[in-house]
Write a protein that binds this ligand. Structure first.
Ligand code: PLP
Length: 433
């Protein structure tokens, strides 16, 4: 029997019988673990037995979070890392390392665009950017012999534009390419990309999953159904010492050793073990606590975000509200198909003013905090052009709708009336003569 979403959010991946009957997952604040016997140590080191030996590779508290998030996303396995950017970077490099190319839209989280545009090329990994990820002809025209992954955000930040995941997965799979989705904005409560064909899902768990703005984290979830040994990804079929037995002359690749788990094991054994961006057990603990109330928080925050978006549409000095959840854009069919419970808890709007009006608006809010984060239980306001998308080239920024008069909101758990009244008074102050 498989449990439902809410039951998994509370119980998934944890067995109290293995943990001295502790009701909540304990924080295993230990750098390393006893290997018990020489024979077991040999098996652990060879990767033949799963277990804990050193916390840079795996930790029991983090392990609960990994199992729980894999179950919530409908995936096979997961690796938690120190932040969302570690998750994005490791997921993409593990697919495209060794001279590969990635296809991606430009309406992404700022640091992801910067990584793909200017930093990954320093490691020989290049990106072919498309104007519109839902234009399948444009995406297909970019596919070449070195294409190793297609990457997109399920719901873009701050425009809340939606990616047609199922159509993109079909196209990718026709060419033997995996689809990697950053699902941070909707969280697995509102959307599960693997159900629509995605092969790998990444999150900044800092956001809605932790939900209280108190811990950084990231996760990579592997659906476990992509064939990494089919030819496009030589890193999985190359023999490597780390999974081989040199002493006995046995040479193996990640695909030989781990079969359908080759990708997620490579993320752990090469990327996390080498670059060391591990999730701290205390952070994993905070994220597990946050996860327990994910669905309840998302429900309320989506309802409030919808009310605020509707209110802002009627206000003077508001030129346009971006919240695809209202179903008033050409994406309404995609919203109905993929997001019956809402598209998420962020929205943005354009004011008919200049930078001075933006500054006064930001300085006038009393309930909204001027904080560059999303998915917090506090409501947050920010000016993306100067803060979250500062490192994005102007052409991409404007295409993503990030102009100087754009304001982004992340909606928390306060009373909707207080949030609306706060925005009204801040707008009035910003535009007062
Ligand atoms: C915040 C965010 C990231 C980066 O996450 P960190 O935890 O801040 O490293 C990546 N993708 C999206 C969509 C985000 O919102």
């Amino acid at each position: 029997m498989t449990n439902g979403f809410h039951t998994i959010a509370i119980h998934g991946g944890y067995d109290y019988l293995d943990n001295h009957d502790a009701a909540t997952p304990p924080i295993y604040q230990s750098a390393a673990f006893d290997m018990e016997s020489a024979a077991r140590g040999d098996r652990l080191a060879a990767g033949e037995e799963q277990g804990f030996s050193y916390s840079r590779v795996a930790n029991p508290t983090v392990d609960v979070l990994e199992k729980r998030l894999a179950q919530l996303e409908g995936g096979d396995d997961a690796v938690a890392v120190a932040s969302g950017m570690a998750a994005v970077s490791f997921a993409l490099l593990c697919a495209a390392e060794g001279g590969g190319r990635i296809i991606s839209p430009t309406n992404l989280y700022g640091a992801s665009v910067d990584a793909m545009e200017t930093f990954f090329p320093q490691f020989g990994v290049h990106t072919d950017f498309v104007k519109d990820i839902n234009n399948l002809d444009e995406v297909e025209s970019k596919i070449g012999p070195d294409t190793r992954a297609i990457f997109a955000e399920s719901v873009a930040n701050p425009s809340t534009e939606i990616t047609d995941v199922e159509a993109l997965a079909d196209l990718a799979h026709r060419h033997g390419i995996p689809l990697i989705i950053d699902n941070t904005v909707p969280t697995p409560y509102l959307f599960r990309p693997i159900e629509f064909g995605a092969d790998v899902v990444v999150h900044s768990t800092t956001k809605g999953i932790t939900g209280h703005g108190n811990a950084l984290g990231g996760v990579i979830v592997d659906a476990g159904h992509f064939d990494w040994a089919a030819g496009r990804h030589p890193q999985f079929t190359r023999k490597e010492l780390v999974v081989s037995d040199e002493r006995n002359g046995v040479w193996r690749s990640f695909a030989d050793t781990f079969g359908p788990k080759a990708y997620i094991r490579r993320v752990r054994i090469k990327y996390v073990r080498t670059f060391g961006a591990v999730q701290a057990p205390f952070n994993a603990y905070l994220q597990l606590v946050g996860l327990e109330t994910l669905s309840e928080r998302e429900k309320r925050e989506v309802a409030t975000a919808t009310a605020i978006a509707e209110h802002l549409k009627t206000q003077p000095h508001v030129l346009k509200v971006n919240y695809s959840g209202l179903g008033d854009t050409e994406q309404r069919d995609l919203v109905a198909k993929y997001y019956p419970n809402g598209v998420g808890t962020i929205l943005s709007f354009l004011i008919d003013g200049n930078e001075e009006h933006v500054r006064r608006l930001l300085d006038s809010t009393r309930v909204f905090s001027y904080i560059p984060n999303i998915g917090d239980s506090r409501s947050l306001i920010v000016d993306p052009a100067r803060i979250t998308h500062r490192e994005v080239p102007e052409e991409y920024r404007l295409r993503a709708g990030v102009t100087d008069n754009l304001i982004r909101l992340s909606i928390g758990l306060e009373d909707p009336e207080d949030l609306i009244a706060d925005l009204d008074q801040a707008l009035a102050t910003a535009f007062a003569e």
